[in-house]
Every structure is written in C-alpha cells, then in structure tokens.
Design a protein around this ligand. Structure first.
Ligand SMILES: [Mg+2]
Length: 189
C-alpha cells in the first residue's frame, strides 16, 4: 500500500474534466474517461487531493468565480465523493497579462499547502495536461505528472525540463494505477 500523506495537486480542465474553453455552464461538465475510478482509488488509498486550476476567463471577464464554483460543484457531484473531496481548492483567476500570484506555473499554492499540511515534497505530485502544470510542479520541487491523451504531441517541451521526477501518462487512471502500485503488482482491473 501507499505510504501515508501522499498529496496530489490536480489540474481541472483536460485532466479531470473535458477542456472546454472558459466553461461557464455546469451542464457542460464532462468527466474524462477513467477519472471516476482514478479518484475513487486515490481516495480509498487516503491520498490528499487538491484542486489547482488556472481560470484566466475570470481575469478576462468572460466568466465569473461563481461560474467556476458552480462547475466545480457539478464536477464533485459527478465524482460522487461529496463536496469535501478536495482538501483545498485553488482557482487562479489571473489572465496571462495580470501579475501572476497563484496562476501556474507559480508554485505558490503548492508551497502553501506543503507548509500548511506538513507534506514531504517527494510525496507530492502536480498532475496536469499543460506545460504550466509541469512547471508549477518543478517550481515547487515536487513530482510533475503530464497527462497526455492525444498520443504525445504535447510532450515536446519535456526534454527541456531537467527533472527526473517528471513522468507522462495517457490518463489520470493510468497515473493512479502506477502510483498505487497496481500496474507493477499486476492487480489492475
Ligand atoms: Mg488543463
């Protein structure tokens, strides 16, 4: 089994749910394949889960924080683990032109949570589908996991990152299987 206090920082769009630009309508929330099983097994293994999402649509005044919150609630409803599934949520509202505070690749949220919950960096994972997710993980000096569902075209930036803790998986489910040791022990479903 997994050692205690594994913490996973999850990007939202393109990692947990389908990436629809500036999602506003909760009815448009669509879990990606296998995500439900992945989250369930991570929760069962007592992993801490954090939601860490850039939402520049707020800074651009295309959507509101309320829109994002309603979509998050719908996502949590679909995941079926209640509205306390995440130990903390960070929505970074800045547009790329704003001064970046929490917006990835800023590691600020991760660094704050590591301090708040006394986490060890080697047990922390930033999981996302964009370079900014990987860079946030690297900047926080934790493991960085890239989810690539389109055959690897988005991994071109990876060779430039000198971080042996960076790994690529085709889905959140495959990452969770790897993390929980199911793949190596041959007990995956
Ligand atoms: Mg994303």
């Amino acid at each position: 089994m997994v050692a205690s206090k594994i913490a996973i920082f999850l990007d939202r769009d393109g990692t947990i749910i389908a990436d629809k630009n500036y999602l506003k309508d909760p009815n448009g929330v669509e879990l990606l394949p296998g995500v439900s099983d992945a989250i369930s097994s991570l929760k069962l293994a007592k992993c801490m889960l954090f939601l860490f999402s850039n939402q520049s649509g707020i800074g651009r005044r295309i959507i509101s924080m309320d829109d994002v919150s309603r979509c998050n609630l719908r996502m949590m409803e679909l995941l079926g683990h209640g509205s306390n599934i995440f130990d903390a949520i960070c929505i970074a509202p800045e547009s790329p032109d704003d001064i970046s505070v929490y917006r990835k690749p800023s590691p600020r949220f991760i660094v704050e949570m590591i301090k708040k919950f006394d986490l060890s960096k080697e047990n922390c994972y930033m999981v996302g589908d964009k370079e900014s997710d990987i860079l946030a993980g690297i900047n926080a000096q934790i493991n960085a996991i890239l989810i690539v569902a389109d055959g690897g075209t988005k991994t071109s930036f990876l060779p430039h990152q000198e971080n042996k803790s960076t790994r690529v998986f085709p889905s959140l489910l495959e990452f969770s299987k790897w993390l929980l040791g199911e793949t190596s022990s041959g007990t995956q479903k």
